[in-house]
Design a protein around this ligand. Sequence first.
Ligand SMILES: Cc1ncc(COP(=O)(O)O)c(C=O)c1O
Length: 370
Amino acid sequence: MLLALKAFSTTGCFSVIRPYAYGCCASGLYEARLAAAHMGGHVAVYSPAYREAELAELLEFAHHIDFNSMPQWLRFREFCLSHPRVQSGELLLGLRVNPCYSTGHTPLYDPCVPGSRLGIPLAELEGVDLTGISGLHFHTLCEQGAQELIDTFRAFEKSFGALLASPRIKYLNMGGGHWITKPDYDRAALISLLREVRECYGVEVFLEPGEAWCVHTGVLRARVLDVFDSLGYRHAILDVSASAHMPDVLEMPYRPDVFAVRPLGEAPGTPAVMLPTESYAQAQTAGDLPFTYRLGAPTCLAGDVIGDFSFAAPLQVDDEVVFDDMTHYTIVKTTHFNGVPHPSVQLLQDNGSLRRLCALDYADFEHRLG
Ligand SMILES: Cc1ncc(COP(=O)(O)O)c(C=O)c1O
């Protein structure tokens, strides 16, 4: 089980994850370097395309490198096969394939959509010399259960089963998108599939979830900067931006759970990560509670709105609101759009105290822009 760094790369939390992770999956050289420096263990790399210089560095320390197309593999095959770590078997090389089997409903997150550039379809593999290839990789799921993985594996098996059974193939990477830590995920079914694949095909099986490591493990705290009425809506402008701090709210799109911080003693809410000195009141759909606000960002983008939410009490300037489930695909995706400041990243420790992991300031903003 690998941690997909694209979802969560906060190195200050790796000590919590390390006991359960065999290593990391990286999307390229930078994430691979982060994995080696901060997590240790296995480093599996897949990128839709490599630069030669990047690959040269990866050959020195990665354990799996998977290629996305036959031209990339053929271009770099001799370069890779002549490396001593490949010759000694310390580094194995694989291909990402496309089983062309969609289980998702959002094309943006579906690598099996018609015209996809991600993974090699069966037709492109036929008749090709696969000398030097030791692994196969598919990634097709997004926030899905064990049954979708089983169905996907059966589709993969139909197309690529003969190749998987050949003695040259030593590992199968089943990608990410497994919602393993959700209470209703059928973990017994997952275990039984993994055992079956290992026993039938004699391969080592890897999974590389990102989101599942982090579900409900972190909140984004925002402050109300202004409240006003305009064109039939009551707006609350916050000091956070969907575009800059939580882009999945716009891209996915995703509606987070929102809580208002209330003094201890008022009816407590249930965000997954809460400070022991506070209680929270959960906001509801617009109109369900007496005070509805359009929660918006302090940026120029007209659509930089987190959503319409209703609260039990009116929001006031300086009130705090808390967005739940803001760890995965959030911290890694932030930007300095409009020069918005960034909140610090803090770790809530077992004793209830906060440890600051990072704080970005004006110098970070200035430095990134060159
Ligand atoms: C190749 C690959 N592996 C793993 C993941 C992690 O997926 P998730 O965070 O949905 O588990 C992704 C996500 O896009 C991916 O593209």
